[in-house]
Design a protein around this ligand. Structure first.
Ligand code: FAQ
Length: 337
């Protein structure tokens, strides 16, 4: 459904953002800039400006946290899935999200930050994760809508990241996008089935769409004019398409899907604009978005508490794995002696 090709043209202005003056070695900086300008990949062993490293750790770790916290709203429904088939699909999807978190933590670790440090950021509330996971999933239709719209928005944002300038992140994103594509389709298919059901089932789907639509548009981040990291992220080839442009692509792709499904997107201002060749849409409630990002959404406290508990409950597994590794090391040393 989401077929943005990997070689989509970058906006003409991307490389025109002035370069940050470097206080680090000018020769290394020049080599790094040449690589970025040539669209080559930066690898872990390469020299990179500290600000580039810091930006990547921030974005990749927040992305990893989003995948891990994102397991919770759907995980809540595994025991209540309406059939064995839906349960098996949902278990696989939630497991995939956990896997995405692990690839991403590993990619971020190549930048010299440990997983413990990243998790400490999440558990202490210092690090962000996607706003969308601070809303509740109230009924089974929400699970379908998370697949269709949340995974749909996630793919739209992540396909350009497959061409990110940092090699380990770009490579992780290729696999993640393939899996997210399956997630999006399974959600859409589950909703298609519900929309052929009873009036009550159809109303559940519409209600779920009403509650999730605007939150999904906000997932792409603040408007470009209010996005402090965008210009530099684009200059470095981390971001390839701006928050607003991705949001527009998502709206344009989703309107026809909503028509096929038979639901109404809850925006009276949603209208095709012939001149722009895009859909116009209404205003996003940015105050609500920032309140949620800053810890005051409906489920922030619950999500964080669940994550911290899961981490603490898993301590014995980490201890056992370390003890086993130590035993193996001792045995190997004895054999070598
Ligand atoms: N929620 O200047 P910008 C998924 C923050 S994965 C919370 O525009 P940037 C899979 C931003 O961090 C979903 N915070 O920042 C799944 C920054 O704060 P900081 C996650 C947000 O980095 C599906 C500040 O606002 N995807 O869904 C949000 O250039 C189903 C200023 O913003 C990724 O993380 C938000 N929505 O652009 C799992 C993709 N938006 O750090 C389970 C990778 C912005 O200064 C079930 N990340 N902020 O404190 C990105 O592409 C970018 O980081 C953006 C933000 C586009 C999210």
């Amino acid at each position: 459904m989401y077929t943005q090709s990997f070689n989509v043209q970058d906006a003409a202005s991307l490389k025109s953002v002035p370069q940050t003056p470097s206080h680090e070695d000018p020769e290394f900086q020049a080599r790094f800039d040449r690589k970025i300008d040539a669209d080559s990949k930066i690898e872990p062993q390469d020299w990179m400006p500290e600000a580039y490293r810091k930006t990547l750790v921030r974005q990749i770790s927040q992305h990893a946290h989003s995948e891990i916290v994102g397991m919770l709203p759907e995980g809540n429904w595994i025991s209540r899935a309406p059939s064995l088939k839906r349960k098996a699909i949902l278990i696989a999807k939630v497991q995939d999200e956990g896997g995405h978190g692990l690839y991403l933590y590993s990619a971020a670790e190549t930048l010299g930050t440990s997983r413990d440090q990243m998790l400490e950021g999440l558990h202490s509330g210092k690090a962000k994760y996607s706003s969308i996971f601070n809303y509740p999933t109230l009924n089974w239709a929400d699970v379908g809508v998370v697949g269709w719209l949340v995974d749909g928005a996630a793919i739209m944002n992540q396909i350009p990241l497959c061409r990110c300038s940092y090699g380990p992140y770009a490579r992780a994103m290729i696999r993640v996008c393939k899996e997210e594509s399956f997630h999006q389709r399974q959600g859409y298919e589950a909703l298609l089935v519900m929309m052929q059901g009873t009036a009550e089932q159809k109303a559940m789907v519409q209600d779920a769409v009403n509650r999730f639509w605007w939150k999904c548009l906000a997932m792409f981040g603040p408007p470009d004019s209010d996005s402090p990291h965008s210009a530099q992220g684009m200059r470095w080839g981390i971001k390839r398409i701006s928050n607003d442009d991705l949001r527009q692509k998502f709206v344009d792709a989703t309107v026809p899907q909503a028509k096929v499904l038979g639901v109404t997107l809850p925006d009276p201002e949603l209208k095709w604009n012939d001149e722009r060749q895009h859909y116009d849409y209404g205003s996003i409630d940015w105050d609500e978005f920032w309140a949620t990002v800053n810890g005051n959404g409906p489920c922030n406290k619950e999500r964080l508490a669940t994550r911290v508990k899961a981490h603490n409950d898993g301590q014995w597994v980490r201890d056992a794995a370390l003890a086993y590794a130590r035993k193996q090391q001792i045995a190997a040393r004895k054999e070598a002696a």
